[in-house]
Design a protein around this ligand. Structure first.
Ligand SMILES: *Cc1c(COP(=O)(O)O)cnc(C)c1O
Length: 344
């Protein structure tokens, strides 16, 4: 079994991080700030924000059922995805293993970091085989990527199969739970205290309705979070984002209400799609979207664009031939999509 240190890029293990003005005085109450070359006017945006987002982490920890020191905030989950590569994988040397098809950023960040990406196809039910995932590893495999509920397929991965990865792989296992707010099943976020090499991703971009503020998060044990904090830009989460996120966290019932409506709409849309002559199959989903196999995805996609309606054409994605990915919108938006398709 590899030591934690063996998993980390050697230069990152050795790195002394940038120390910001606000890092250095901690432990004292201060009221005169002449340390950061800020302008004293134009409050509140004149000051550098808290580099460790302490207030936000306290509140988020309660909502997510984890400890504040188990949270990393990024400029979207995408920052956390990139940090996983920059902390754990050596360019041109290491590799990662991922389910296929899945969220495109895992591969893009692998390419940017010059890290070999090993896709392992899901089965015909879009389920992961832990056996195949483990068979794709060698001694240079540092990270495994699992997305559950998966994008673009929509389904949760079998929990037992994910557990087998956690038991059988001695590197970092990342489980992206961007859509878990739409599912009632237990989440792996709650398991980070039991698994020292587990990283779970969440985001404010989906159920929380905050894609524009760019706030994603990673949950993991402190050892991993400390590494992310060392490598991230010092002020990666800006003040306006922290403010808006705090405001959202004060109204979690609003989010529950949205999720309920979206799930009802999802059922309505799926039933309606099943009746469309141009829809051959709707795949099971645990997210705020569903994947539908159509008679001719390219033509239908183009027809919808001409009618001002944009869905995601996944025709060219592995195992998703002739599939469109449909996000659940408002009742009116959903109805517009249905009426356009009925007029095909
Ligand atoms: C939408 C999505 C995200 C969110 O990314 P952000 O950068 O936080 O907006 C992450 N993972 C998956 C699988 C997604 O579909």
């Amino acid at each position: 079994m590899r030591e934690f240190k063996d998993l980390v890029r050697p230069n990152i293990w050795e790195l002394s991080p940038y120390s910001s003005a606000r890092d250095e005085y901690s432990g004292h109450e201060a009221h005169v700030f002449l340390d950061a070359n800020e302008n004293p006017y134009n409050q509140p945006v004149n000051r550098y924000p808290d580099p460790l987002q302490r207030e936000l982490k306290e509140t988020m920890a309660k909502i997510k059922g984890v400890r504040p020191e188990q949270i990393f905030f990024g400029n979207g989950s995408d920052e956390a995805i990139d940090l996983v590569y920059r902390c754990f994988t050596r360019p041109g040397v290491d590799n990662v293993v991922a389910i296929e098809p899945t969220y495109g950023m895992y591969k893009v960040c692998a390419d940017i970091n010059d890290v070999e990406y090993r896709p392992v196809p899901l089965d015909e039910r879009f389920q992961m085989s832990s056996e195949k995932m483990l068979a794709a590893c060698d001694e240079r495999t540092k990270v495994m990527w699992v997305c559950s509920p998966n994008n673009p397929t929509g389904n949760l991965m079998d929990r037992r199969e994910i557990e087998k990865l956690l038991e059988g792989f001695d590197g970092i296992v990342v489980i992206d739970e961007a859509y878990s707010d739409f599912s009632l099943k237990p989440v792996f976020r709650q398991e980070v205290s039991r698994h020292p090499r587990l990283v779970v991703l969440n985001t404010m971009s989906k159920a929380w309705g905050c894609a524009a503020i760019r706030l994603g998060m990673a949950f993991a044990q402190k050892e991993i979070i400390d590494l992310f904090n060392k490598v991230k830009y010092p002020y990666n989460i800006n003040h306006l984002t922290q403010e808006k996120a705090m405001e959202m966290l004060r109204s979690p019932f609003e989010v529950d209400k949205w999720v309920k409506i979206l799930l009802l709409e999802r059922e309505r849309m799926i039933e309606a799609f099943k009746l469309l002559p141009i829809c051959k199959k709707v795949y099971p989903t645990d997210a705020n979207f569903f994947l539908a196999k159509m008679t001719d995805a390219n033509k239908i996609y183009q027809y919808l664009v001409e009618n001002g309606i944009i869905v995601r054409n996944r025709n060219r994605v592995a195992l998703c031939g002739n599939c469109l990915r449909i996000t659940i919108g408002t009742k009116s938006e959903n109805s517009q999509l249905l009426s356009a398709l009925r007029q095909w």
